[in-house]
Design a protein around this ligand. Structure first.
Ligand SMILES: Nc1nc2c(c(=O)[nH]1)N[C@H]1C(S)=C(S)[C@@H](COP(=O)(O)O)O[C@H]1N2
Ligand SMILES: [Mo]
Length: 213
């Protein structure tokens, strides 16, 4: 399937959800599974039909915008940043959740400290090598479970899951975490990403079922 047709099909699906009036529930789930989600033990792959091949020798991550130290990291420089491991649950808006995903990588806060955002920075706009983008309030990125992950369950992240580096923001639906991350742009004003301009909620809180705007 061509990229355009694939995206069109995904958009149609999202439109249908909006048309059906998929709305947050009245009562918030009390357990670990957010409302409207089903637990899965496998790991589905969601992408735009492109899984870019990114040799580590050519890979870079550019961090710029409202920062004192705009920086383009190569693979070695990126891996020289502090590392953490964090286990978290993964919630996709298409209703599957996966528990206990063990990620290793650079905490977002380490990147933040490296580039020194200005007082104007309030939003983060992430881009991927596949043309993807998504936007998140800066405050949400500063949680200690937010990572630019290089490893999943102790192994380098596979290509289909976003190699070599993907963003993980466990408290939001997974579309807010860019796979194949290429750029992290600190912004004063919010700028909607790929799915956000196509009707997905900008809030994306699974516990509030913020699926579609
Ligand atoms: N670059 C990029 N990142 C992306 C996506 C994408 O299509 N491209 N899809 C998002 C969506 S909708 C989800 S649910 C997760 C899926 O991650 P997975 O394929 O590892 O399950 O990645 C998110 N990040
Ligand atoms: Mo998703």
């Amino acid at each position: 399937m061509s990229k355009e047709r694939f995206i069109a099909a995904k958009e149609a699906w999202a439109q249908k959800q909006v048309a059906r009036g998929v709305r947050p529930r009245e009562v918030r789930s009390e357990d670990r599974l957010p409302p409207g989600q089903k637990l899965t033990t496998n790991f589905p792959v969601l992408d735009l039909g492109i899984q870019p091949e990114l040799p580590l020798a050519e890979w870079t991550l550019t961090v710029d915008g409202e920062v004192a130290q705009p920086t383009t990291f190569d693979w070695a420089q990126f891996n020289a940043l502090p590392q953490v491991e964090d286990t978290s649950d993964f919630h996709c808006v298409t209703t599957w959740s996966r528990y206990d995903c063990r990620w290793t990588g650079v905490p977002f806060t380490a990147l933040y400290e490296a580039v020194q955002p200005t007082a104007q920075a309030r939003f983060v706009y992430f881009t991927g090598y596949d043309g993807y983008s998504t936007n998140v309030p800066l405050e949400a990125c500063l949680d200690d479970d937010v990572l630019l992950a290089t490893h999943f369950d102790g192994q380098p992240i596979t290509r289909e899951h976003g190699a070599p580096v993907r963003v993980i923001i466990p408290k939001l639906y997974a579309w807010k975490g860019a796979k194949f991350v290429k750029g992290v742009h600190f912004l004063a004003d919010d700028k909607l990403g790929f799915w956000e301009v196509r009707g997905y909620s900008n809030g994306a809180d699974p516990w509030k079922e913020e699926r579609y705007a």
